[in-house]
Design a protein around this ligand. Structure first.
Ligand SMILES: Cc1ncc(C[n+]2csc(CCOP(=O)(O)OP(=O)(O)O)c2C)c(N)n1
Length: 663
């Protein structure tokens, strides 16, 4: 099909008008990108992208990621014109309460929005993750007879995205992994927010990407034919390299007063709306205007897209019939296993097992689960030797083996988490990743988005306390566990022994509406054999449970997590028969239980409560109350053998006992 440049140029100007009107109406928003990239949108949505507005989650659609999420009206405008379920009224409600058009694009809120973007650079990481998922899916599901997966991931990013470290990490990973199903369009307009981009950047982007094994083309982003040519070339490239198209654009084109300047980035141009609309050939009396011919063009284009999708479905049907096993596997990706089912697959640990910490229990728990869940994949940021989460029955994911289930992310914790988000958005594979817990700070912006977007990513972060020992305070988390617990919808589980690790994995894998972090220890932990395995496992699912039941009228409650549960249990022996010990591996899971359950574990009448955790104390007052005490560490750690550090910092059974007796 030839490019309908005349009509699409008109559509581009009308998309500009939609952005101007929406931002003008809301009184806030970013005009620069939707106006500057309008021709790119026209070519993508009006011609080049393979997608189906009727089926926004069609398996083989091209994924379009707007990494520069501040330009959300770009996406909303083009999704509306393309015929997604996004009405003109939705556009008019831009940035308003409960609208489908929030300030920055949010996954789940708007059909056609592939991911939540706004923190710059995240989308680049997400796009790389989607490209990884595409390669993995193609390797598993395509057959010589039926190619059902061959989509591209198309990402639009600005100067801001490419300045961010996460994008650099992701781009470097993508080049190394030869992800040639990825097309990154750089909206290169020489403008950021505060100022012209030359105040903050002077790198040669093309050279930078070439050095990271990308193919690079540079085009005038307002020349639709030139852009389409570059895009088609990128789609067809068989070079084994990801594709960068540097589209030179003028920010805020269409509002001459601000175009090409930093003032054009935000809503500054909205005050020139009337003149701008006239200049764009839009009727003065009709805001949110789309002409009949543009509507008709997109309606026809939609039919073409639907036909192509239907054609694919015929191939897909034949594929299903010819490959029933693969079809079962594909369907499995969409389903969540129940924790009970998963727990059946994990053998109970022998009572005398000698373990190198809960990270080693994690290794042993992971293997049967990986066998049960073939679409569970994992990765580590160059720390497999320490995080122990390698799926032993499988191999590395790399250009020669796209079916591999172990991703070597390199020392790129931020991109690792953003890439896992990308894989999770895609929905087919279940991503997990690993590093030292203290480096959760390096992953955190992506973890926050996982929680916000409800992505079931699993973080297997080990070396969870000052018990790390000799590596010293740089490597010893003290505030990390509690800090992560502050993220809404982000489950943290810090299991106390091997059976609790089994419960933790099952809990994480059962979850479909948000991420879970497993905080695992480096140092050895005793098996809590006095508590039956099924109680420990099921207890984790509830978040908190009675690990030691009092045998006399309740006097004290000792609450502990992870490696400190042993100290609470030891202290209880001394304290007396009225002492109850509560294991609380996951505060959020516990908080989600019924009031009845929570009160049965922590009876409100018992005020003599002590919590112990090898970390900052603040959060625990919620569970011990003003009258209770917390044994913890409100300072940084120490470089010494772990056991000595615990003693020196007062994380001992004696300290728990003393705190309880002082109440
Ligand atoms: C991580 C992060 N830091 C800062 C911001 C605030 N911010 C939004 S847009 C922007 C400027 C981005 O410049 P560019 O990518 O060139 O966008 P353009 O001006 O072309 O629209 C900034 C600093 C953000 N959204 N995310």
């Amino acid at each position: 099909m030839t490019l309908q440049t005349h009509l699409l140029a008109k559509a581009a100007n009308q998309a500009r008008g939609l952005a101007i009107d929406a931002v003008h109406k809301a009184g806030i928003g970013h005009l620069g990108l939707p106006l500057g990239a309008a021709e790119l949108g026209a070519v993508l949505y009006g011609h080049a992208l393979v997608h189906n507005p009727e089926r926004p989650r069609w398996l083989n659609r091209d994924r379009f990621v707007l990494s520069a999420g501040h330009g959300s009206m770009f996406l909303y405008g083009w999704l509306h014109l393309s015929g997604y379920d996004l009405s003109m009224d939705d556009l008019k409600a831009f940035r308003q309460l409960h609208s489908k058009t929030p300030g920055h694009p949010e996954f789940h809120e708007t059909p056609g929005v592939e991911c939540t973007t706004g923190p710059l650079g995240q989308g680049v990481g997400n796009a790389v993750g989607m490209a990884v998922a595409g390669k993995m899916a193609a390797a598993r599901f395509n057959t010589p007879e039926h190619e059902i997966i061959n989509y591209h991931v198309v990402c639009l990013a600005g100067d801001g995205c490419l300045q961010e470290g996460v994008a650099l990490e992701a781009v470097s990973f993508a080049g190394h992994q030869q992800l040639d199903n990825l097309i990154l369009i750089y909206d290169s307009n020489d403008v950021t927010l505060d100022a012209m981009a030359d105040k903050t950047q002077s790198d040669n982007t093309a050279a930078r990407f070439k050095a990271m094994h990308w193919d690079v083309q540079t085009v005038d982003g307002h020349d639709m034919a030139a852009f389409l040519k570059a895009f088609n070339k990128a789609k067809k490239a068989k070079t084994g390299r990801p594709q960068l198209i540097i589209a030179r654009t003028e920010i805020a084109r269409g509002i001459p007063e601000v175009a090409g300047t930093a003032k054009g980035h935000g809503e500054g141009g909205a005050k020139f709306a009337d003149a701008a609309r006239a200049g764009l050939g839009l009727p003065a009396d009709q805001h949110f205007y789309v002409s009949e011919d543009v509507r008709a063009y997109f309606a026809k284009h939609k039919q073409r897209l639907v036909r192509a999708c239907n054609k694919w479905h015929r191939t897909y049907k034949a594929w299903r019939e010819a490959n029933p096993d693969k079809a079962v596997l594909l369907d499995a990706g969409a389903k969540a296993p129940s924790a009970a089912h998963l727990l059946e697959k994990i053998p109970v640990f022998p009572a005398d097992v000698k373990h190198g910490g809960s990270r080693a229990s994690g290794r042993d728990v992971l293997q049967p689960l990986a066998a049960e869940l073939p679409l569970l994949i994992g990765g580590s940021a160059d720390l497999y030797g320490s995080t122990l989460n390698y799926i032993a029955a499988d191999k590395d994911f790399d250009p020669a083996n796209r079916a591999g289930r172990n991703i070597r992310f390199g020392i790129r914790e931020h991109a690792m988490a953003a890439i896992c988000n990308g894989i999770a958005y895609d929905g087919l594979f279940r991503p997990s990743c690993a590093t030292f817990l203290v480096f959760a700070d390096y992953s955190r912006p992506a973890m926050r988005i996982a929680a916000l977007a409800g992505l079931p990513v699993i973080y297997i972060y080990t070396h969870d306390s000052v018990g790390v020992g000799e590596d010293g305070p740089t490597h010893q988390p003290v505030e990390t566990v509690s800090a992560l617990r502050l993220i809404p919808n982000f489950d943290v589980i810090r299991p106390a022994d091997a059976e609790e690790v089994a419960g933790a994995y099952a809990a994480a894998l059962e979850r479909t509406d948000g991420p879970t972090l497993l905080a695992l220890s480096r140092q050895a932990l005793p098996l809590l054999n006095d508590i039956p395995p099924h109680i420990r496992r099921a207890g984790v699912l509830k978040g908190g449970y009675v690990a030691l039941q009092e045998t006399a009228p309740l006097t004290h409650i000792l609450i502990a997590t992870g490696s400190e549960l042993q100290y609470a249990l030891a202290a209880a022996k001394e304290l007396g028969a009225g002492t109850r010990v509560v294991s609380m591996p996951s505060c959020f899971r516990f908080d989600r239980q019924t009031r009845e359950y929570r009160d049965s574990i922590l009876p409100p009448s018992c005020r003599k409560r002590v919590a112990v955790e090898a970390g900052v104390t603040g959060l625990w007052s919620k569970y011990v109350g003003l009258e209770g005490k917390v044994v913890g560490i409100d300072r940084f750690g120490l470089s010494a053998p772990g056991a000595q550090v615990f003693k020196e910092l007062g994380i001992t059974a004696e300290a728990v006992l003393a705190a309880a007796r002082s109440l």
